[in-house]
Design a protein around this ligand. Sequence first.
Ligand code: SF4
Length: 423
Amino acid sequence: MSPTSIYLHIPFCKHRCAYCDFNTYAGQEDSIPDYVNALIREIDYVASQQANYSTSEPGGTAIHTIFFGGGTPSLLSGSQFDAILKALRAAFALSADAEISIEANPGTISHEKLDAIRDAGINRISFGVQSANTEELRMLERIHDFFTVIESVFNARKAGFDNLNLDLIYGLPEQTLASWKTTLSRIVDLHPEHISAYALTLEHGTPFGSWSSKGLLPLPDSDLAADMYEYAEEFLAGNGYVHYEISNWARDIDSQKSKVEDPTCSFRDLTPSYACRHNLQYWHSHPYLAFGAGAHGYANGYRYSNALRIKTYIERLVDPSSFTSHPFPLSPAAVNQHKQTIQDDMSEYMLNNLRLTIAGAVESDFRMRFGCGLLDVYPKEIEELIHLGLLESKTSGISETPEVYRLTKRGRLLGNQVFLRFV
Ligand code: SF4
């Protein structure tokens, strides 16, 4: 059984960006101290229920990654991160080499704060850069410019962070292939260990969603967006980044070539060393606990989520002992819970693992979890997708039976068509 991960949601932003539909609120920073106290109460409550959880160890559930997502986690102070991490260490068995990440907006994290969060134990930062083009950043209503990105990366390196991700969005209104190429080249010049590049999605209820429905958003057509994606694949590979998930690239310490030539090496071993271990937990369909307003978790057979609003979340945790007992890992803040069936787990296994461009959906892993093979459950779907050129199978070299199914180059562009078959 894999160790568990932890996600903590920090739903505060200085300003709401025009395309964003995340559970986050601008202008509520006064609530941060109460929110941090509520998070600690939720951690303590969930920990008090963990005794019978299957990955529980004498010191509590074994945890190997923690991720502070948002919102803008970098709005919390070093001492607030310290207090939350102390509560997590007291509650669970955190591994010595745990990956502990925060999302940060360039410009919201001073040199002093970087030192403080490093001292608190955070060892990975994911900066929401989105673009290196001033006009594009303005259109997205981001509060930073690219100079601030350079400064933030420089300060993070100075504070000792040796694992940085830079997040990008492509397919922006009026974006050209030339401007996307410039963004990628400027990002690579900053030598991050990890790069994420997501296509812009128009979400209902956002200003971008409403402008687009009125025909006011000149978006690149799908061919141009596909060209941007293909250029990223080619350019990042040429600069030493391994494309390990549909939208994610990472540097590797060892050469991929020597790994490929090693006959004992499995497809999973080809995952680059700087891959985000926390996100791999989701893509491998392994368990994670969730804390905070609107946070989603998956553990002990449950998928669950907490109350969205900051005020409701805090109120629900004022006195957790006054609530009736909740099964692990649910807390009094949970408002949705679903007991997973084996069919849910199998379907999610395919949706998550097929996002992994090298490791894919693994026959031996699926068999170990569910007691049957991939072709026993999805014969028609797999055959059809291979026939359409969206999926490919690979053998391990030890047996003739396919060990891995993964997206082809075309499948990566048309991922949704693949995933739909397994819903
Ligand atoms: S900073 Fe991030 S989370 Fe906050 S509004 Fe902008 S996109 Fe959304």
